[in-house]
Design a protein around this ligand. Structure first.
Ligand SMILES: C[S@@+](CC[C@H](N)C(=O)[O-])C[C@H]1O[C@@H](n2cnc3c(N)ncnc32)[C@H](O)[C@@H]1O
Length: 302
């Protein structure tokens, strides 16, 4: 039986504590975060995303940005703190009123450059226009996931997506399908707006010089449930998003989030991870961030 996992009610009604979710954005939100010891060149996460988008010639003078699901607003704070001269305006769209209030407070130094909209991005995407860049950081895993799909007996809507975009699915048995994420990316591709995405991945990429991070990690699987406080999210099959982008004649670049943030790759870090050797708090922090970030992947569609 197909069951749809949705987090709408949770996000609309709960007082959300993102420290319980251990997002990469919060881990590297500011220079005094303890996790910064793992980076070669510490910079706030928003600035690191900015570096990537500038290199891809997507963030340039006059850019109008829409960030959906901005959490505490930390990514945008880092981006505006470093690259304000390139940004004309930012629209923060979030389903959670409580988080939107925190974003408003954290982004108050840039009041005249920011607008806050309480909405479900999947419901308002059709109305989005005049935007040069969409940011979806750790959001699409929260969108509807169809669980328990039978490979040989797909519901009509899922079968249509699989056929139209030639999505690879298991040949038999049951699997989970990122219907919400896939539909949103389809809408964005149809509009031709460049988008930056980062999320837990069911098909993560491990940097060539960090293969020790592959230990017990599924590299080519289908969305798995991540149980969190009060709700569940699912990992994203990035190859499905890339198929959709290609079908709409969009370009893609993708890679491991560990590389995007410039993770150090020292012998000591390798030892800590491989042996789970954590005698000090610093070593615990390194193990924790390596174990967490290795499953993350980013994708830019432009
Ligand atoms: C896991 S948090 C990530 C927050 C932040 N981007 C980060 O990386 O720390 C998910 C965010 O997406 C928002 N969200 C979830 N579903 C949404 C939807 N359908 N439309 C808009 N925002 C949504 C939540 O309220 C929250 O701000």
């Amino acid at each position: 039986m197909v069951v749809i996992n949705t987090t709408r009610q949770y996000h609309k009604t709960s007082s959300i504590d993102l420290t319980k979710e251990f997002t990469i954005c919060e881990s590297f939100a500011c220079l005094d975060s303890p996790y910064m010891i793992a980076l070669k060149k510490p910079e706030p996460y928003g600035a690191l995303i900015g570096n990537l988008l500038i290199a891809a010639n997507i963030l340039k003078p006059g850019t109008k940005i829409l960030e959906a699901g901005g959490g505490y607003g930390s990514l945008m704070k880092g981006l505006l703190g470093t690259y304000l001269p390139l940004v004309r305006h930012v629209y923060m769209v979030d389903i959670s009123k409580a988080l939107l209030n925190i974003q408003r407070k954290n982004l108050s130094p840039w009041k005249k450059f920011t607008t806050f909209i309480n909405a479900d991005i999947t419901e308002v995407m059709h109305a989005v226009s005049n935007i040069d860049l969409i940011i979806l950081n750790e959001v699409i895993g929260d969108l509807d996931t169809w669980t328990g799909l039978e490979a040989k007996n797909l519901p009509d809507d899922a079968a249509r997506m699989v056929e139209n975009y030639h999505l690879d699915i298991p040949s038999e048995g049951t699997f989970n399908f990122n219907m919400g994420a896939i539909s949103l990316i389809e809408k964005i591709c149809k509009k031709g707006i460049p988008v930056f995405i980062s999320e837990h991945s069911s098909d993560p990429i491990i940097p060539k010089d960090m293969t020790f991070l592959e230990k017990d990690l599924e590299l080519d699987s289908f969305p798995r449930e991540i149980k969190l406080y009060g709700h569940s999210e699912f990992t994203i099959r990035f190859s499905h998003l890339i198929q959709i982008a290609k079908a709409w004649h969009r370009n893609t670049i993708t890679g491991p989030t560990s590389e995007l943030v410039g993770l150090k790759n020292t012998q000591q870090m390798r030892f800590i991870f491989t042996m789970h050797a954590c005698a000090t708090e610093k070593q615990e922090i390194i193990f924790e961030i390596l174990d967490h970030i290795r499953e993350y992947r980013w994708l830019v569609i432009y």
